[in-house]
Design a protein around this ligand. Structure first.
Ligand code: C2E
Ligand code: CA
Ligand code: CA
Length: 492
């Protein structure tokens, strides 16, 4: 090739895209500049419109397969380099078949989303939340599953991040909303009970559409009360734009929807978030409770976060509860709602309906008693912890505090609703076992060793006044101070 031939070829390669044959950047700049001048001379005001087409990289890779050599290699190298897109340091990356498979999977999800929605490959699974004060189902969370005819069962981790990154997740979130509403209508038609259900929404929903309005429209069209729908927003959604998110949360609130903060503590969790945005409930990130048995700091952090939320009038949920020990602890520190495999995994609607018919179910709470259980669930039974100097001792003593209990007095009966570990051992030492747990007839207790204590409890429950009293038990020589107050009344 002589020099002029080489130079012509090079100019053509620079000016036209090798894959599509369309004019390339150099040619574009040349033409754009001459058009700009021409328009200015004609007295016009030129403007530039920029298109960024999603999915071009996958298109290039797929279609380069027909091509050979350098072009394909370059596309693959670019794919490999994408792994370092968010890194500020220089580095090198290798192409592997895995990357190609991921790119194909991503394209599959994007290409099939509409079909997956239309043909109901995407299904809603529901996971119940249990109110700690009464052990009943008080809410449900809707979680998406993609059951693909070709690829089988896909969990959210396989498709949610792809749909979020491409801005398509709003289609899924609005579809999930419609499915929840259809479920509520169905339960209503069958005369069955429905609890408020939460929808997870993503940051890009707000960019793609007016998601507040889109949800409102659908809920109203279904004739469902707004308080039956809860919006879950993850901490990571909030980003740097707290003011914008506050406006959106305010809009949801003004319409009567509950708004919860999800995964609190998973990122940087500045308390600033809670000062700026008035969430109704915060869900503590699963990582805290997961470490409960192994890491002694976990319980203290959970207890502190719950106390902080309580002070702000915000309810708390801990999700990922898997053991009885974790549940017991969370009830004692005043976590209002619990969610996790200990109670139930996320299940499809069909299974919920089957449970109505036969298998054991947890049972739903009576909405009329919500305020009562919400009040008694919030009391932290470790609030009176005593600080000591020795660090090791401090960890041990943190939850080794004053005996505290909540008792329910009603009609003929008195019942122990919640208590902490210190109370259990205190009562075990001083009173007969029958008085220390469960439910008992008041008349039976008025003749036993706890008679005077029971009388004061009944009086406090009746007139609602605080009582500070000295008690002397049969087994101790010195009296103990006892403080009582009414924390709620239950109406049936
Ligand atoms: P998330 O909102 O934090 O949902 C809780 C996740 O924890 C769910 O995972 C649930 O199945 C799982 N989980 C519940 N209890 C336990 C437990 O006791 N132990 C363990 N190990 N896990 C438990 P899933 O369903 O895989 O969802 C993952 C994430 O995907 C969700 O996290 C949520 O961020 C997102 N997601 C799910 N469905 C949707 C949706 O419809 N729209 C949007 N935007 N995001 C969704
Ligand atoms: Ca969630
Ligand atoms: Ca969560």
């Amino acid at each position: 090739m002589d020099r002029s031939q080489y130079s012509n070829e090079k100019t053509r390669a620079d000016e036209y895209d090798t894959l599509t044959g369309l004019p390339g950047m150099n040619r574009f700049f040349g033409r754009a500049e001459s058009q700009r001048q021409a328009l200015i001379e004609q007295g016009e005001d030129p403007a530039l419109i920029y298109f960024d087409l999603n999915g071009m990289k996958e298109f290039n890779i797929r279609d380069s397969m027909e091509a050979v050599g350098a072009g394909l290699a370059c596309d693959r190298a670019r794919l490999a380099c994408d792994q370092g897109r968010d890194s500020l340091t220089s580095g090198y990356y290798y192409f592997s078949e895995r990357l190609l498979e991921e790119a194909r999977q991503k394209q599959y999800i994007i290409d099939h989303l509409d079909q997956a929605i239309e043909e109901h490959w995407i299904q809603v699974y529901y996971q119940p939340l249990i109110r700690s004060a009464n052990g009943r189902v008080c809410d449900e969370e809707a979680l998406a599953r993609w059951i693909d005819p070709e690829k089988g069962f896909l969990s959210p981790a396989d498709f949610i991040p792809i749909l979020e990154n491409t801005g398509l997740i709003y289609k899924l979130d609005l579809y999930i909303t419609e499915q929840i509403l259809a479920k509520m209508k169905l339960l209503r038609e069958k005369g069955l009970f429905a609890v408020p259900t939460s929808i997870n929404i993503s940051r890009s929903d707000f960019a793609a559409c007016d998601v507040v309005e889109e949800i409102r429209k659908r809920v109203d069209a279904a004739g469902i009360a707004h308080e039956m729908i809860t919006i879950e927003i993850t901490e990571s959604i909030l980003g740097n734009d707290l003011d914008y998110m506050k406006q959106q949360v305010d809009r949801f609130h003004a319409l009567g929807f509950q708004v919860w903060m999800d995964d609190y503590g998973s990122g940087y969790s500045s308390p600033d978030i809670l000062m700026t945005i008035p969430f109704d409930t915060i869900k503590l990130d699963m990582q805290f409770i997961r470490q409960y048995e192994k890491n002694k700091a976990s319980g203290i952090i959970i207890s502190g976060l719950i106390k902080m939320a309580m002070g702000l009038g915000i309810e708390t949920v801990v999700e990922g509860v898997e053991t009885e020990e974790q549940a017991e602890f969370l009830k004692e520190v005043g976590c209002t709602k619990l969610q996790g495999y200990l109670y139930c995994k996320p299940i499809p609607l069909g299974e919920i309906l089957r449970r109505y018919d036969d298998s054991p179910q947890i049972g739903f709470e009576d909405p009329a008693e919500l305020a009562y259980f919400s009040a008694i669930g919030k009391v932290n039974l470790y609030d009176l912890s005593i600080a000591v100097d020795d660090e090791e001792q401090q960890f041990r003593d943190y939850f080794d505090t004053m005996p505290m209990a909540i008792v329910e007095v009603g009609g003929e009966e008195i019942a122990l609703t919640r208590c902490n570990k210190s109370y259990r051992s205190f009562v075990g030492n001083h009173y007969p076992v029958s008085a220390a747990k469960g439910r008992a007839k008041i008349t039976d207790l008025l003749t036993g060793s706890a008679a005077s204590l029971v009388r004061i409890v009944i009086k406090c429950a009746k007139d609602g006044r605080q009582v500070l009293t000295d008690m002397k038990t049969a087994t101790s020589s010195s009296p103990s101070a006892m403080w009582m107050r009414r924390c709620g009344s239950r109406r049936r």
